[in-house]
Ligand binder design. Structure first.
Ligand code: PLP
Length: 442
């Protein structure tokens, strides 16, 4: 009741705006991360670690737009440099711009295995390009993903095992047969992955295995430390490319991303989110020069190997310059390490509170990606999806309620169960947040 009372009395402007939105925007919100219960908050201002809504309420922002703003929201030093670029060229020209190259160069500096890079419009598009490129390069058809992993919302990648708490986007509107060439392995089950690779070998082979290197759904189900190295070995054994989807982990787990963190080199890497520092059109695919050559436009005389990717606004000066300046700034300020330390401090504090209150919750993190699970369902054996499914509904409901309770105490999370920390999360911010969590738990 206290929580609902907060929304009724302190968020009247948000309510009025989001009520109006119901008539013009399907479902009343545009963004899948918008916080929905009991109604979305309309945000007016974002700065560093904080968000302010239309009613003037301030929140500690652990959503960080779903991950891109590792430097903190609305980071002025990058904004100023981006503003200079747009003042000169505007946000788009459709022609070549030096920042396209500068972005590819700076990515290569910190992720040397990304020998070439193609900027695209989003993580979803970049995944589409990566799997298409892998098919073209290998001449094979099947791509294996890990159940419950989220690789964006394209037709071939929505295929999803029903893993609770993870995106199951094999929803309506997917054309029949779209996922015929996508296979799924259960998380962490390397024997099953091998079996799928063997099965596919008899039917023409596997073009690629695509993983979120921290585990499905941004590490909600973390992988053992040697998991990626073993997937690498399997890919080599079966002649499949290894694709790392680093949309979340790229720069967040360190300037070398998950590849540097786990010491495993993929053939192709998908980047998004932090790669344009929170500016729009964040996404691209990069990797081995021989594989990336399939995306050549034909100017190099190898027209036959051309794989179609692109888009009117892809590689625009705005997102490329923003990415370049943000990466430069992340390296200069050591942002991934600072954000990671904040994630560690938040996780340790949550674990202490969970223990103090004797709650059946669990908190864990991969650096600046923090998970706060309110249901033991996450700890169950992944090989029993039906049992997991049955327990999923109450978990979702509880996550929704907890998410509202956190917001009413001044903390925005991703769906009540995930938090991204940024460089702006000083010890004071984290300790303030822990005090608020303590109030919610009590
Ligand atoms: N891959 C992963 C691992 C993601 O987390 C996401 C988005 O959350 C995507 C791909 C899709 O990226 P975008 O939302 O930019 O299309």
């Amino acid at each position: 009741l206290d929580v609902l009372n907060y929304f009724e009395t302190k968020c009247t402007a948000s309510k009025e705006i989001t009520d109006r939105a119901k008539t013009r925007i399907p479902g009343g919100v545009q963004h899948n991360l918008a916080f929905n219960y009991p109604f979305p908050l309309a945000i007016e201002k974002a700065e560093g670690a904080y968000l302010t809504d239309r009613d003037g309420n301030t929140y500690i922002d652990f959503l960080q737009a779903g991950g891109p703003t590792l430097l903190g929201s609305n980071y002025a030093p990058v904004n100023e440099k981006v503003a200079e670029v747009i003042t000169r060229s505007g946000p788009v020209t459709g022609l070549f711009h030096e920042y396209e190259l500068k972005l590819a160069e700076i990515i290569h500096t910190y992720m040397p295995h990304i020998e070439m890079y193609r900027s695209l419009g989003s993580g979803t598009e970049a995944v589409m390009a990566a799997v298409r490129g892998a098919r073209a390069f290998t001449g094979k058809n099947v791509v294996i993903k890990v159940g419950g992993a989220y690789h964006g919302w394209s037709d071939t990648m929505v295929y999803g095992l029903r893993v609770p708490g993870t995106y199951r986007m094999n929803a309506k509107g997917i054309p029949f047969g779209a996922t015929n060439s996508t296979r799924e392995a259960f998380p962490h089950d390397l024997r099953l992955l091998k079996r799928k690779l063997i099965e596919n070998r008899a039917r023409g082979g596997t073009a690629a295995v695509i993983v979120e290197p921290v585990g499905p759904e941004s590490g909600t189900r973390p992988v053992p430390k040697d998991y990626n190295a073993k997937v690498r070995e399997l890919c080599d054994e079966f002649g499949a490319l290894l694709i790392f989807d680093e949309v979340v982990t790229g720069f967040r787990l360190g300037m070398g991303g998950a590849s540097g963190y786990f010491g495993v080199t993929p053939d192709l890497t998908v980047l998004g989110k932090a790669v344009s520092g929170g500016y729009p059109m964040a996404g691209g695919v990069g990797g081995r020069a021989d594989v990336m050559a399939v995306f050549g436009s034909g100017l190099d005389g190898k027209n036959g190997s051309h794989v179609q990717v692109g888009g009117t606004l892809s590689a625009n000066p705005l997102s490329c310059a923003a990415g370049y300046f943000a990466i430069e700034e992340m390296a200069r300020t050591n942002a991934p390490v600072k954000a990671g330390r904040a994630g560690d401090r938040l996780t340790r504090g949550l674990q202490r509170l969970i223990g103090d209150f004797g709650l059946p919750y669990v908190a864990y993190n991969q650096g600046s990606i923090v998970h706060l699970e309110v249901s033991g369902v996450m700890l169950l054996d992944m090989r029993h999806p039906v049992k997991l499914l049955k327990e999923n509904k109450p978990r979702k409901r509880l996550m929704e309620q907890m998410s509202a309770a956190y917001a009413a105490h001044g903390i925005i999370t991703l769906a009540g169960s995930r938090m991204y920390t940024s460089m702006a999360d000083t010890d004071e911010v984290i300790d303030d947040a822990l005090g608020r969590f303590e109030q919610v738990f009590s």
